[in-house]
Ligand binder design. Structure first.
Ligand code: BTN
Length: 257
């Protein structure tokens, strides 16, 4: 089997998901998961995987490039059953970042993997994975993850090529998508459960993985830009910025490039 192809039977056997939907091509796995959330009968968690997305979405209404070999999927789960309320949505995104870091670490031992707030996964100064968490309702959350696994940068859009990296570029090998995906799901299950019982443990792990600590950064939240030195992640998951007016906490926003 080509490493980019999913072993659907194996995914369906996983105890981590109750239903698996596979699409050769879809607009966006997050959109399909949100659509399923509105259906009456649901088998959850639902995993939506796609070989290719025609309208993959990133945060802030941006497009997400799903090059051939990108691992793209979404998980729809019952957050209420896990006792995670909507107020902790940004922590769900952070927990997902930790899960991705832990799942890919064995493939790139010794390389500087970390979380670039709010929830991108970086290796050094290049983006490896993006995360888009959405809540179609107070009860159901969608975690969408795109990991640059087997894609090469040869056909990446010019504006991305110097800012992203892929596991294939780093290891020289094509990795098995099913294996990587099951690793992320297992790690995600662990970190979502940790979040349910102990948010501060998630925040502390993100703090230790924070790639921006000590750097001067500009955070744009709702059009207002605040400059400051990154002081890490607070126990409640906030990004802490040391500004001339004192330390300020951010729960959402965009870091200006
Ligand atoms: C970002 O970096 O801004 C987030 C990117 C999230 C991309 C993933 S790919 C699978 C899922 N489906 C989407 O449309 N988006 C997410």
């Amino acid at each position: 089997m080509c490493p980019d192809q999913f072993d659907i039977d194996r995914l369906r056997q996983s105890a981590l998901v109750a239903r698996v939907e596979y699409y050769a091509t879809i607009s966006s796995t997050n959109d399909r998961a949100k659509q399923y959330a509105a259906e009456d009968e649901k088998q959850l968690p639902l995993l939506v995987v796609a070989q290719s997305q025609t309208a993959g979405r990133g945060r802030g209404g941006k497009r997400w490039w799903t090059g051939a070999g990108t691992l793209a999927f979404s998980l729809l789960f019952d957050a209420q059953a896990l006792r995670i309320d909507r107020g902790r949505l940004s922590l769900v995104a952070l927990a997902t970042g930790v899960a991705v870091v832990e799942a890919v670490t064995p493939y790139v031992p010794g390389l500087p993997l970390g979380i670039h707030w709010p929830n991108d996964v970086y290796i050094g100064d290049r983006k490896l994975a993006g995360i888009l968490v959405e809540a179609p309702s107070d009860r159901y959350f969608v975690v969408g993850i795109g990991v640059n696994v087997n894609n090469t940068l040869d056909n990446a859009p010019a504006e991305l090529a110097h800012r992203v990296t892929t596991l294939r570029e780093l290891t020289g090998a094509a990795l098995d998508h099913t294996e990587v995906l099951l690793g992320v799901l297992a790690s995600l299950d662990k970190w979502l459960r940790t979040l349910a019982s102990d948010s501060a443990a998630v925040a502390s792990r993100v703090d230790s993985l924070c790639t921006q600590r000590g750097e001067m950064i500009a955070v744009d939240f709702g059009g207002q830009v605040v400059n400051g030195r990154c002081a890490g992640i607070a126990p409640d998951g906030a990004l802490q910025l040391d500004t001339p007016e004192g330390v300020r906490n951010f729960y959402s926003g965009v870091v200006r490039e």
